[in-house]
Structures are given as C-alpha cells and as structure tokens.
Design a protein around this ligand. Structure first.
Ligand SMILES: Cc1cc2nc3c(=O)[nH]c(=O)nc-3n(C[C@H](O)[C@H](O)[C@H](O)COP(=O)(O)OP(=O)(O)OC[C@H]3O[C@@H](n4cnc5c(N)ncnc54)[C@H](O)[C@@H]3O)c2cc1C
Length: 553
C-alpha cells in the first residue's frame, strides 16, 4: 500500500511546533503523515531522504521567523524537491510584508497570522482548501523499486532484466532524459559515474549493486534454508526447473540454484513456438514463471542470484560451494547450467555489440536493416537459418564461412541459400577486425588461404559461431568433451568398458557424469539437441537415475 502523503511543519520554537503538530494530527492524521523539524536546514536534510523514498509532500507549514534560514528561504529550496506541495507561512504581524513578497518569490499559497487558534476557524478551513486542491492536481509517485541509469548501459540493463525476469515490478529512470532522476542520483551518489542506482521503497539505496544484493533487498530467496539436501540442481533453465519439479514431486528433498533468475536461455526468448502444448507459442518469461511456481508449489527450494563456483566430493557426499563462500552438502547433484553463445574475439567487437554486432538472428533488429548490406559469420545450421531470415529484410546478406558449408550445414539449408539471389557465400573467410565507435561501420575480412585482409563497410554483422558450455564450476572433477561439454553415460565408455577411475561395479547411468552421484542435463551435456523440449525431457528423465543412485547411499 502506498505511504500516506506528508504535511510538514517547521518551527524553531518547540512549544509552537508541538502545538501545530497536535492540531494537524487531530484533523489530518487519518490520511496524512505529520512530520516536523526545528530548522530549515534540518528539514532540507529530511527532504532529501523523503525524495529518495519517493514520498510525497502535500503541504509545508513553515514559520517565517527562524534563525539562519527564514521560512521563505526554506520554501525556495524545498520547491526544488517538491514543486507541487502547497506552501503556507506562519507569521507575526510584523512579518506580513515578507509574507506578501513571498507570494511572488516562492509562489506562497497562504500566510497565517499567529496565533491560529481556534484551529477549526483559522487553520483547518485554509488547509482543507489547499489540500483538496493539491489532491486534485498532484501526480502520486511510483511507490515500488526505481532503477536509475542510462538506456544503453549494460549494467542498468542487467538489473532491469533481472527484476523483470523475477517478476518484480520496477520503474526505470533515464538520467539522460530526466533531470529530476539525474539530481536524485547525484544526491545519492555525488556523481553519475556509478550506475545504476537502485532506490527501494523503504528509502534504502544501492549503488551499482550485484544481482545478489538486489535479490536480497527485493525479498527473493538467496540463502538456503538448510545445510543438507538429497538433491541440488545447479542452473534453473528448462532442464533444471524440470528436474526440480520431478525431484520435489517424487519426494526428493531438492534445492535449485541459479546465478541469475529461473528461466535460463529460454527465459530470454520472446516466443517459443515449438514447445508441445502451446499452439500459439509461449513467451520464455511466461514458461519460466509457470515452471518456477510449479517447482515451488511441489516443495523445491529455489535460490536466485547465487552462483555455484565449485562442485566437489567429500566421502559419499557431494559439496556445492557458492560465490559467497557458503557450502551446501547433498547426496546427488544435477548440473544443468546450459550454454552461452560464443562471442567474437576480435579487436573492436565488444564496443559495438548491440549496436551493429549481434549474436543470433536478433529478430527485433533484423527489420532495422531493411535494404542494407549485412554480414553473417558462421557456417553451421544456425548461421544458415539466420541468413535466410535476414534475407527477407536486407538488400544483401554475405555469409563469411571459415571452411565449407557442407561440413556443418544440413543439405536442405544449403539448397535454400543457393536459391536466394540476395545471399552470397564467401568460403575460407574470417572476420578479424570490427570498426566503429558508437555503432558498427566496417569489418576487416581475412582470406584464410592467402592471409590477405580487406576492410568493407557493414551495416550489421550477425554472429553464429557456436556456444560455450558453463562448466567452470566443475574444474577437472568430471570428464568433458574437447569442446568442454559434459560427458555422461555411454559417452564415458571406452571400448564398451567403464571409464578409468570409475570405482563402482555398475556402469554410469545414462545422464551420470564420470563421478557417481553427479548428473548432467540439458544444453551443457555433450551431443544433445539444444532445444527447450529436449532440456525439459532430460531434466525430467534424469530424476529417475537420481532415485536409483539414492538407493545406494
Ligand atoms: C534467444 C533464444 C531463443 C531460443 N528459442 C528457442 C525456441 O524457440 N525453441 C527451442 O526449443 N529452443 C529455443 N532456444 C534454446 C533453448 O532456450 C535452450 O536449448 C534451453 O534453454 C536449454 O535449457 P538448459 O536448462 O539446458 O540451459 P539454460 O536455459 O542455458 O539454463 C541454464 C541456467 O543455468 C544458470 N547457471 C549457469 N551457470 C551457473 C552457475 N555457475 N551457478 C548457478 N547457475 C548457473 C544460468 O543462469 C541459466 O539460468 C532459444 C535460446 C535462446 C538463447
């Protein structure tokens, strides 16, 4: 519920101040908070804090004659913070002239001559009138979390994205367009270099916070309730969420941990069209929200904004360590940490990522390059699909392929590409440089046979060069493929035999890694189909192997 607006009275004489406060409280307490201060300076200090909390002030009732700062001087300053508040001066006869001139200088609404008693006759009618006028015109402020930053800043985007994906409402304040927001940030931080600044309804402020700090303040669960679980699932994408739903519903005491918020890559997709049972498609955020609610209802505990930095063994237990240093112990672990798209590692690329260099087909961006010449980097199926999609908008699409298409692209896609007049494929070429300060202007292309380089203008470059699995937390604990994906079950066998170091009589279960009791599911596994349905299938299925394992510990 939004906080009540404030009526603020300032007077240096304690008896007068208390009497005003008493009279105000008697009449207005039900709908307003009454606040008081003994000097202009003290009141201004309070105003800064009230502004940070986005509190509203309906009316100032201020004594004109105060040492150091007069009532009029105070109102002139207060106006900068609360221009809409109504302003009333308490004056003695001798100050009437000052009050009249304040009507012009600070837009004074009224002055009351002391003493004002009886309040029913001299105070309330005047204030009632001003307050009802204020109520009719005031815009009530947003009373939730406010994120102040700039539109193009990656750190502001991360916090907004995290709040949105966690279904926490917030208001974004763009300090480049909103002078009030800029001054709010300056008051909190004395500079606008550290962004974003996040303002919470209780008045607290976080400057350039981590996701964990925001999650904690916003009331998300970031600490495990217990030190021991049957099963810990690392990663809350579709695979991890499915594992948590099946684990919890089948009576396994389950903890699910994500370094961001549940949803994974799927959570960032605007519309998943091919997930069974949703004929019109479903947004990734909606799917994530439903799955998170389901896992929670069935009894899984879910931690957000906690990164797992290592997974290890301790006797027959498995130990998961979080970035904050805390250790959680369990019988079994499922690694469902997914992948990230691989980024171009060439000079200049970072500076214009999102401003001409895009990873994936960036469907929302494609239409911006209507009638332009765009490049596609990569030669596998995703690059082929991207080129065909982009050719519907761009004038010309040039594919830069390091070797040949046939090596990694399906024949049907090769035929479609050959059938498009506005796609040309350059084989044996790679991108070695990206140019442009605020946005992409050109790229440098190298011929891999001759080593010759050449710079060409480019409106946009769409990059499809594969994905890197998130397996850093495993160190060399489990066996990985040469590309870093987790090997499980049959992948581990050597000539049909159990892998070296495997001490059990049984063979590894289908989705078990080279360490018994540590399982993997979803995109992070070697040689799987990287799709939502596949991840959900693996996450659901792996729990039956966890059951088998739990019978043995
Ligand atoms: C933009 C986009 C659109 C897509 N559209 C579709 C589509 O339409 N249809 C389709 O079938 N597939 C689609 N995909 C692919 C699909 O989203 C993935 O195959 C699927 O999400 C894989 O699920 P996952 O659970 O294995 O991993 P992910 O979804 O990658 O989830 C892994 C989770 O693990 C967390 N994590 C990683 N490391 C750690 C750590 N150290 N500690 C804690 N947590 C960690 C991550 O934060 C993440 O939440 C799309 C992918 C993207 C990027």
């Amino acid at each position: 519920m939004p906080a009540k607006p404030i009526i603020f009275t300032i007077d240096d004489e304690v008896q007068v101040r208390d009497a005003v406060e008493r009279d105000l409280a008697r009449h207005y307490r039900k709908d307003y908070r009454i606040m008081k201060a003994s000097s202009g300076a003290e009141a201004l200090d309070t105003l800064h804090r009230l502004r940070q909390r986005n509190d509203t002030i309906a009316l100032f009732l201020v004594d004109q004659r105060m040492p150091e700062m007069s009532g009029t001087e105070f109102l002139a300053e207060a106006l900068k913070e609360y221009p809409e508040a109504r302003k009333v001066l308490l004056t003695a006869y001798a100050d009437t002239e000052a009050a009249i001139s304040a009507i012009n200088t600070v837009g004074l609404d009224h002055y009351l001559i002391k003493p004002w008693t009886p309040a029913e006759e001299n105070l309330y009618p005047v204030l009632d009138d001003l307050i009802s006028d204020w109520e009719a015109t005031a815009t009530l402020p947003y009373d939730g979390i406010r994120v102040a930053g700039t539109l193009w800043s990656a750190s502001s985007h991360n916090i907004k994205d995290f709040l949105a994906r966690s279904q926490i409402p917030y208001q974004f304040l763009d300090i480049e367009r909103d002078a009030d927001a800029k001054s709010l940030v300056e008051q909190a931080n004395e500079s606008t270099h550290q962004l974003p600044v996040v303002f919470f309804p209780d008045g607290s402020v976080l400057i350039e916070p981590s996701l964990t700090e925001v999650a904690e303040k916003a009331g998300l669960q970031t600490q495990a309730d217990e030190p021991f679980y049957d099963l810990i699932v690392v990663g809350a994408g579709p695979a991890g969420l499915a594992a948590a739903v099946y684990g919890a519903s089948e009576g396994v005491h389950t903890l699910l941990i994500d370094k961001e918020t549940p949803g994974g890559q799927a959570g960032t997709s605007s519309r998943i069209e091919n997930y069974l049972g949703f004929p019109k498609g479903i947004s990734g955020a909606d799917l994530a929200r439903r799955a998170t609610a389901q896992a929670s209802r069935l009894g899984a505990e879910i931690l957000s904004a906690q990164e797992v930095v290592s997974v290890g063994e301790r006797d027959s237990y498995r130990v998961v360590t979080l970035a904050n240093g805390s250790e959680l112990v369990c019988h079994a672990v499922i690694i469902a940490t997914g992948v990230s798209v691989r980024e171009l590692d060439v000079p200049g690329a970072k500076a214009v990522t999102g401003a001409g260099v895009y990873y994936g087909a960036a469907i929302t961006e494609a239409a911006s390059y209507k009638d332009e010449h765009v490049f596609v980097v990569g030669g596998a199926n995703s690059a082929g699909q991207g080129a065909i999609f982009l050719s519907q908008y761009a004038d010309q699409v040039t594919m830069l392929v390091r070797s040949s298409l046939a090596k990694s692209m399906s024949q049907y896609l090769i035929e479609q590409i050959e059938g498009r007049d506005n796609i040309d494929v350059r084989l044996g070429k790679e991108i070695v440089g990206v140019h442009g300060r605020d946005r992409l202007e050109a790229i440098t292309i190298r011929d891999r046979d001759t080593g010759e380089t050449q710079q060409e203008s480019a409106a946009a470059t769409f990059v499809f060069i594969g994905a890197s699995p998130h397996t850093e937390m495993l160190g060399d604990l489990v066996a990985l493929s040469s590309a870093g994906f987790i090997l499980t079950g049959p992948d581990l066998l050597i000539n049909g035999e159990r892998p070296a170091g495997w001490k059990l009589k049984r063979y590894p279960f289908l989705m078990e890694t080279s360490v018994p009791g540590i399982f993997a599911a979803g995109d992070v596994r070697h040689d799987v189909i990287r799709r939502v349905a596949s991840a959900v299938g693996q996450g659901s299925g792996v729990v039956s192997f966890v059951h088998e394992y739990l019978k043995t510990v």
